[in-house]
Design a protein. Structure first.
Length: 154
């Protein structure tokens, strides 16, 4: 039985915000054949403000997971805006998660789990779990997390 991704979002009580606008000279999504390459998304709240901070300094792993989940919600909004219907997605292929953190912070994968667990909640265990990288860096605008991804279309 195929999941209805739009229904899953409603069942989870998620409200997708308007799709964030590009903040530079890039495309939010580039489609090549049946692959969608989604540019890095930042953690934007409903009011448009960014979720900032550094893991290992001002944020805990749990706070980081919540922020990574918000990045996922924003990315779903971009995908819905581009596709019109999230049910056109077959699966998540690849996630690259970047965590703004101190040099000694080593829990980047645990933070990016906030995004990954949301994708599993929406697309299911098999289609919501793709390959993944997670690492630390200094991020623009002092945001706590940035994530880019690749999705396969049906």
């Amino acid at each position: 039985m195929k999941l209805d991704y739009n229904k899953r979002i409603r069942d989870l009580g998620l409200i997708l915000p308007p799709s964030p606008k590009p903040a530079g000279a890039y495309m939010p999504i580039v489609q090549v054949s049946n692959l969608l390459y989604v540019s890095g998304h930042l953690p934007m709240k409903e009011d448009g403000s960014l979720m900032t901070g550094r893991l290992g300094e001002s944020l805990t792993v749990e706070e980081g997971k919540t922020i990574a989940r918000q990045v996922g919600i924003n990315m779903l909004a971009t995908l819905r805006n581009y596709l019109g219907d999230l049910n056109k997605i077959e699966r998540l292929v690849k996630t690259m998660g970047i965590v703004n953190c101190t040099a000694d912070f080593d829990q980047q994968p645990a933070v990016i789990n906030g995004f990954s667990e949301l994708m599993i909640d929406i697309f299911g265990e098999e289609n919501g779990k793709g390959t993944r990288s997670a690492f630390g860096a200094i991020l623009p605008l002092k945001v706590a997390v940035e994530i880019e991804a690749v999705f396969l279309l049906k």
